[in-house]
Design a binder for this molecule. Structure first.
Ligand SMILES: NC(=O)c1ccc[n+]([C@@H]2O[C@H](COP(=O)([O-])OP(=O)(O)OC[C@H]3O[C@@H](n4cnc5c(N)ncnc54)[C@H](OP(=O)(O)O)[C@@H]3O)[C@@H](O)[C@H]2O)c1
Length: 245
């Protein structure tokens, strides 16, 4: 089995890569020329490293990247710096989602495609609605923060343009507020958001996001359950509203 991981130099992408390796899955990663690769990664025969900026890759290069992959996991996101948030490319995630889906369609490929999305995405097709307060905040974010708009466009593309009546198999995983923890802990998966990402946000550890994504890769029953959906993932804490044990 082989998986392509995009954003593997990032905080979640690197955990996804590590967990795939632990499951004996070959991994191909694309990292920018500036990325410093630890020797455990560069020396690991199970990891193929492609240097370059995924945002600049033409369709022909995308085809080379994905043609022998069973899974593609996209953990790309805009860097949390002034340049990363406000500078180009404003549609980093959306553009790569479109290119990957186009290539899967045109080449008649059949990989699983997993997008790291966010609870800031409201899946109206599922009947999720924003409160007036959320609508105001999300409108401001869409206007002021290009990365937010990018994430919304990318998920909308899968939900509305690709949908479920298709051979293309995708899942958009929606973590709430991300944080880091050493090891995997209990978490819960919901079809819809159970709390406001703006006014009552929950927490999701990156390691749990990566665990769920890798489970989707290896567990066919889980994949069938969540295929064409936008599952929401929250860490499960004791005595906390919405994610009680
Ligand atoms: N923060 C939250 O609470 C939260 C909650 C839910 C969802 N999310 C979403 O989750 C995603 C991943 O989060 P994370 O914390 O794991 O991200 P991260 O650590 O910032 O990783 C982002 C990845 O994207 C790459 N990247 C950034 N800008 C790029 C560009 N212009 N061209 C090519 N590659 C680029 C980075 O590469 P380099 O290493 O080369 O920079 C890195 O590999 C993001 O989309 C974020 O919006 C965040």
């Amino acid at each position: 089995m082989k998986a392509l991981v995009l954003g593997a130099s990032g905080a979640t992408g690197k955990l996804v890569m590590q967990q795939l390796i632990k499951k004996n899955i070959q991994v191909r990663i694309v990292v920018r020329d500036s990325a410093i690769i630890p020797t455990q990664v560069s020396d690991n025969k199970a990891i193929e490293i492609i240097r370059g900026n995924i945002n600049d890759f033409e369709l022909v290069k995308i085809k080379e990247l994905i043609k022998d992959c069973d899974t593609i996991i996209c953990c790309l996101g805009h860097n949390l710096s002034f340049k990363g948030i406000l500078g180009p490319p404003h549609k980093l995630v959306f553009n790569i989602v479109v290119k990957i889906i186009d290539t899967i369609e045109s080449q008649n490929l059949n990989p699983k495609f997993i997008l790291m999305s966010t609870t800031a995405y409201t899946n109206r097709k599922l009947g999720e609605i924003n409160t007036v307060g959320e609508k105001i905040v999300f409108s401001l974010l869409k206007f002021a923060l290009p990365p937010h708009k990018d994430n919304m466009l990318a998920a909308d593309y899968l939900v509305y343009k690709i949908g479920s009546q298709t051979k293309i198999e995708w899942v958009a995983v929606r973590p709430d507020s991300l944080f880091d923890e050493e090891s995997k802990s209990n978490y819960e998966i919901y079809n819809k958001k159970i709390r406001s990402p703006i006014f009552d946000s929950g927490k999701t550890s990156r390691i749990n996001v990566s665990d769920f994504m890798v489970e989707l890769v290896t567990n066919e029953k889980l994949w069938d359950e969540w295929k064409h959906k936008t599952p929401v993932i929250y860490n499960k804490f004791n005595n906390e509203k919405g994610s009680v044990q």
